[in-house]
Design a protein. Structure first.
Length: 419
């Protein structure tokens, strides 16, 4: 029964065409997936189908429940270790009917899968030959696509780094090179940076790319890694009218399914820009936030967007200026000296009170004292300094001096967050 095999002896410029050819040869529904189970081709014939195939085609990716179910049954291991098509019995608990399937491989590398719905009409031997031949065609196609994709990704990554390092001298030159590389630049963009406690490897990048594609309205244009950082240039399908929308998108991207423990992971995002000549400035905004989060982890724990950075943008400059001076803060010295002479905690009291937004109840709980005790301390501090922390100018000045002169002590007091 070889009369249908010549249907595969042609050039296929897409996996849709190959899926249709297999389907016509076997009179069955066909789905072709890549190695990540994303659908790259499916037959257009309208036969009755099962829930697993319907949800796969609608979502353009095999549902995770189906993959997990197949792995539990040992189906995926059987497919991936064999070089031959396999008859797969129904796994009805995940909505999958009988299949004839094959793993598309190049040497030992898995490139994808072909699934043929088996309604009991697939001729033994003949169907296996058709599917095996299709797997060889698909492998050549995917390898060719990968070569093109890698070349395109390299060109895009080079272009992105040129943007981040101000390689281009004018905006028109940026636009011309983007056009030459077939890169469609969105009207507006942001640059985000996610920093990890270890090196950002290729598997992590792949997970982030997949994650980015699942975020509603999110349009990632460039995504690259440098040491322990992942840098992204992205936009949105719709205008971002509230900072909360942007914050939610970055938060979703930051959560890595492969690393459920988010400890040690920090993220930051620039303001919105339209001129791509400003990409380096946007990148530096994101890095500035990451620098602040390292400097004062507790106090900047919720800082993410540069557009909400406020006075924090000036803290590094103030810190640098103070480092060049030998004199200590005249506002803090009375508290420091009193603590040294009387073994008191006036400096820590003020630091906690201001860091917790002047909330008496929260500050007292953090210090493990009664609210009345805290109020008494604040009254004594006012007597000692001759100033009240209710005065905006004085309050802000004391807080800035604490942040920039008592940085290590502050971090020690707030290590691990609220107790």
């Amino acid at each position: 029964m070889n009369e249908f095999e010549p249907a595969l002896d042609q050039f296929f410029d897409s996996m849709e065409g190959l899926a249709d050819a297999i389907s016509e040869s076997l009179m069955a529904q066909v789905t072709i997936e890549d190695s990540n189970h994303h659908v790259i081709g499916y037959s257009s014939h309208q036969f009755e189908s099962d829930p697993a195939r319907i949800s796969t085609i609608i979502g353009k990716v095999v549902p995770s429940a189906v993959i997990i179910g197949l792995r539990k049954k040992g189906v995926m291991q059987r497919l991936e270790t064999s070089g031959q098509p396999q008859r797969i019995p129904a796994v009805m608990e995940v909505g999958l009917g009988p299949r004839l399937a094959v793993c598309i491989k190049h040497q030992q590398e898995i490139l994808g899968y072909i699934w043929v719905v088996d309604r009991g009409n697939l001729p033994e031997g003949h169907a296996e030959r058709i599917v095996a031949k299709a797997a060889g065609i698909a492998a050549r196609y995917l390898l060719k696509q990968r070569g093109w994709k890698l070349k395109q990704e390299k060109a895009q990554e080079d272009f992105f780094w040129k943007l981040l390092t101000s390689h281009f001298d004018t905006e028109p030159r940026i636009r011309l090179e983007a056009q030459a590389e077939s890169i469609a630049l969105p009207e507006h963009y942001y640059i985000g940076v996610i920093e990890y406690g270890q090196a950002a490897d290729e598997p992590l990048l792949q997970r982030l790319r997949s994650r980015a594609e699942s975020i509603s309205g999110f349009l990632p244009l460039f995504l690259t890694a440098e040491q322990n950082r992942v840098i992204a240039l992205f936009s949105f399908r719709y205008p971002v009218r509230e900072a909360q929308q942007l914050q939610q998108a970055i938060g979703q991207l930051q959560r890595d399914p492969g690393r459920p423990d988010a400890a040690g992971v920090n993220a930051a995002c620039s303001r919105e820009y339209r001129e791509y000549a400003s990409a380096e400035a946007a990148y530096r905004e994101a890095l500035a936030i990451l620098g602040l989060k390292k400097l004062l982890p507790y106090h900047t724990r919720e800082l993410l967007l540069y557009e909400t950075v406020g006075f924090w943008a000036y803290v590094p400059a103030i810190l640098e200026q103070k480092r060049r001076q030998s004199r200590r803060s005249s506002l803090l010295m009375p508290l420091i000296e009193h603590d040294r002479e009387h073994k008191s905690d006036f400096l820590k009291t003020v630091a906690v009170y201001l860091s917790l937004d002047g909330n008496l109840k929260e500050a007292a709980a953090y210090l493990h004292i009664h609210t009345n005790t805290l109020m008494y301390r604040l009254s004594r501090i006012a007597e000692l300094t001759g100033r009240s922390l209710k005065e905006t100018h004085y309050r802000l000045s004391v807080y800035l001096d604490l942040l920039t002169e008592e940085t290590e002590q502050l971090n020690e007091w707030f290590r691990g967050g609220r107790e």
